[in-house]
Design a binder for this molecule. Structure first.
Ligand code: CTP
Ligand code: ZN
Length: 143
């Protein structure tokens, strides 16, 4: 197996479903990060069979809110001085911006006149339903 060294300081996103790291990379806008980023794909895992992993060596606090929507089982590990100091999982966010698209074809957000970033509000946690701020239509992530 390829050996990727441990990081000194930063964030490790662990237990990503195999093959999905690139989706998280895009959603988290990691292409805009100037720090070192390592994406590992199809690593063998005892609990998952295979998994993906992303390591970001950074001093900055990144916003992982969107993970609660697109990959709620991802573990976010915070590393300081080579040691993991915190491990969290994101909750489903109350407000989502710039990820969902309204399912209502007549919604203003789907018109030619583009609305740059509009909000969706969590409506039903179990069904993963979000309400469009413009037309109140419900949209489920992944459908
Ligand atoms: N890690 C890293 N650099 C460090 C410490 C940890 O890149 N300095 C990575 C590890 O390679 C692992 C993840 O962070 O992928 C979590 O590491 P660890 O704290 O060792 O926890 P595990 O027991 O592997 O994971 P868990 O407790 O989540 O099952
Ligand atoms: Zn709408």
């Amino acid at each position: 197996m390829i050996n990727v060294s441990k990081i000194k300081k930063g964030i490790v996103l662990d237990h990503i479903e195999a093959g999905k790291a690139h989706i998280l990379y895009r959603a988290l806008k990691l292409d805009e990060v100037t720090d070192t980023v390592v994406i590992m794909q199809n690593i063998s895992s005892t609990s998952m069979g295979k998994k993906d992993l992303i390591k970001i060596e950074t001093d900055y606090d990144l916003d992982f809110t969107v993970l609660g929507l697109i990959a709620p089982y991802t573990t976010v590990n915070f590393i300081e001085e080579g040691e993991r100091v915190k491990k969290i999982r994101m909750e489903m966010p109350e407000v989502v911006e710039g990820v969902l698209h309204c399912k209502n074809p007549r919604c203003i957000t789907n018109s030619e006149r583009e609305i740059p970033s509009h909000k969706f509000y969590l409506y039903d946690k179990d069904k993963k339903e979000y309400r469009c701020e413009y037309c109140d239509n419900l949209t489920t992530y992944g459908e």
